[in-house]
Design a protein around this ligand. Structure first.
Ligand code: PLP
Length: 404
């Protein structure tokens, strides 16, 4: 035996294990509704046209190189990314009270947020997550030693938002608790609060003096419109003007840069006071962990965000992706209705973003995988992006069989 021979094995990540089983499956009709990555009408990964153009520009640039970025990241990227989420007219940006840092995609931004809270937030060390939430949230916060708790969100009986339970949980949490809010296209349910509900949520958070953390992983995926999908964040920044607001931003999905790991952490402060010191502390996290963030993807995303023609193309790409997903929602719902599959399937159309929380049970999901080679998360979450005109009726028939 050696010094590591007693380390216990832990279960594989459920979603990546699902992907492994899908890849190993030799049945030709197999369908992947697992990991949240966009697929085109033929089920293939999609390099956005705006990204292809941006890559051309970068390669044509005689100054192109692979030098290290600064610790905070690529300055034009940081500025442009803040504007995407906070808005071109953001008062907070104008008043220079936003600290921004390039991160390893959304997960890296959450990790930096977690470390910052752990080290410097003295009011609370408990992070409230929606029930349910993206599974990795628990690990990201617990890994740095923070406690996690949940607030009510999804009402299984009505397949809608449990706004009453949500507001009660905000009320009963210790003042100053940390609340993680999915800014749009909630993962895994695809269910977002209405604007009226958002105002209720934000006002309750304000009343209790909680610390809000917006997780923005799908801006543009919910409605196809960047501004629309940033509404809750921007309303929050206006309304909660006496508390810092943490924003974790990913460009994995909306620019299709999944593997390039491009994201940002933004800390919106009530005033610019002590900004320099805060920046220095955040930079120290990055320096000790990754030294400095990746450059290639940041340069591409910057082109996409800031070159007017590419920006227009990107906004069109977002419409393309969100509309194709929406059409598949409708196609799946209609096919299930046509088959007279027991149950009501309207929630599939009402939900938005990448996912549908189908309401299928664990056993039904298992049956879909073993009998039909249709793969989705055991929670019943389906990545709607995996559907297309070639497989949607097959998936509907498979669900019909599994439900009966
Ligand atoms: N937050 C949520 C809610 C997510 O669904 C995801 C990805 O699935 C992320 C954050 C982070 O993703 P990434 O690190 O790939 O940007």
């Amino acid at each position: 035996p050696h010094v590591f021979s007693t380390i216990p094995e832990i279960p594989a990540d459920a979603l990546f294990a699902l992907k492994g089983r899908y890849t190993a499956d030799t049945r030709s009709q197999k369908v992947d509704l697992g990991i949240g990555a966009y697929r085109d009408a033929n089920g293939k990964p999609w390099v956005l046209p705006s990204v292809r153009e941006a890559e051309k520009l970068i390669h044509e640039d005689p100054e192109y190189n692979h030098e290290y970025l600064a610790i905070s990241g690529f300055a034009p990227f940081i500025g442009a990314s803040a504007k995407v989420i906070l808005g071109d007219e953001s008062k907070a940006i104008e008043e220079q009270r936003v600290v921004s840092l390039q991160t390893l995609s959304g997960t890296g931004a959450l990790h930096i947020a977690a470390r910052f809270i752990k080290k410097f937030y003295t009011q609370s060390q408990t992070v409230y997550l929606s029930q349910p939430t993206w599974g990795n949230h628990f690990q990201v916060f617990e890994t740095v030693g923070l406690k996690t708790a949940t607030y009510k969100y999804w009402d299984d009986a009505t397949k809608s938002l449990d706004i009453k339970g949500y507001l009660q949980d905000i009320e009963s949490a210790e003042p100053g608790s940390i609340f993680v809010l999915h800014s749009c296209a909630h993962n895994p349910t695809g269910l977002d609060p209405t604007r009226e509900q958002w105002v209720q949520i934000l006002e309750a958070i304000k009343r209790k003096g909680h610390l809000p953390l917006f997780d923005s992983a799908y801006q543009g995926f919910a409605s196809g419109d960047l501004k629309n999908d940033a509404w809750a964040v921007q309303r929050g920044v206006e309304l909660l003007n006496e508390t810092p607001i943490l924003i974790c931003q990913s460009f994995a999905k909306n620019v299709g840069m999944y593997g390039e790991r491009i994201g940002a952490f933004h800390l919106v402060l009530p005033s610019a006071e002590n900004k320099k010191a805060i920046t220095s502390q955040l930079q120290a996290f990055t320096r000790s962990e990754i030294s400095n963030p990746p450059s290639y993807g940041a340069k591409i995303v910057t082109k996409v965000l800031t070159v007017p023609a590419l920006r227009a193309q990107w906004e069109q790409d977002l419409v393309t992706m969100s509309q194709r997903i929406y059409k598949q929602r409708v196609a799946l719902r209609d096919a299930l209705v046509a088959l007279k599959t027991p149950g009501n399937w309207d929630h599939i159309v009402q939900q938005q973003g990448m996912f549908s929380f189908t309401g299928l049970t664990k056993a039904q999901v298992q049956r879909l995988e073993t009998e039909h080679a249709v793969y989705l998360a055991s929670s019943g979450r389906a990545s709607v992006a995996g559907l297309n005109d070639h497989n949607v009726s097959y998936v509907a028939k498979s669900i019909d069989e599994a439900v009966r």
